[in-house]
Design a protein around this ligand. Sequence first.
Ligand code: DAH
Length: 346
Amino acid sequence: MDLAQLTSDLQALRGRAVDAAATAADTAALEELDISVLGKKGELTAVLRGIGALPAEDRPKVGAIANDVRMAVEAALAASRTRLGGAEMAARLAAEAVDVTTPGRPVRRGSLHPIVETAREIARVFAQFGFQVYEGPEIEDDVTNFQMLNIPPDHPARDLWDTLYLDLDGRLLRTHTSPGQIRVMHKEQPPIRALLPGRCFRYEAVDASHASEFFQVEGLMIDEGTSMADLKGLLDQFAHAMFGEGRATRFRPGYYPFTEPSVAFDILCVICNGEKCPACSRTGWMTILGAGMVHPVVLRYGGIDPERYQGFAFGMGVERIANLRHHVIDLRAYMEDDLRFLGGFR
Ligand code: DAH
């Protein structure tokens, strides 16, 4: 190895390395180049290993050239790093760019189911008159659902409720919320002002006006001297709160085994205002609930002395109240999952 050979090897290495730095495709290639030329086991070190074979006076010259080569390659690497690094950053920024002017996707707010909303509104109105909310079980026994409500086995009034019986020693799915009256009487002493919302079940062929599952709200008030006049006043206030101050109301005689006397409570038709339309079966009136003075037999089953206390009760279908408030005609909509319907009430 002589000086001329070493010098030309170094110049060749410089030319190759500077070219490679200039044409590298990315910064990863530059790092590889850096290591393979300038690293401890790199080409420059390998060339310099020949230096020991030179005469002593030539060694500094080669050292100076090698230094020039190192600086030239480092400069080429630095220039390419700047260029490629900038391009890579720009590409990443472009790829990860977020268009802040894109309109956001609307977030859908949940809402109460119209039946829940209506039941709560009913409870809110009666709460103003001191009624407190209770709940009875959906699985009832025959005794509480019927017998203690003055409906003995084989009584023809049982035809009013098509019952779903369970294979559990005389138990059934409650056909109405009225058995809750008995449960409240067993639990509380008069004065009682109870409101009992809940799901009820009947063996029904489902159509626009019949459901096998539906909601009722039951009311019960028991005190000394409670009268039909109290019932009428309360229900009038309720109808006005739910359907507007001016809504006309009327009481008609009705029949329920657990009340005596029994009434049906009507409001002037919300569709035709008494003009007589198909929605009110051309009567001009719509029945919104059944009510009456609690039968003395029922009070006695509830453990309350009918000589001392009187009471009234009422029961209404929540779907029916919701229908009349929102002018819905098909009950089935409440059980289906169309959010355009269910979310459209508020
Ligand atoms: N339980 C009755 C039904 O399901 C509704 C009812 C009528 C409840 C009169 C009452 C009442 O408390 O006094 O048809």
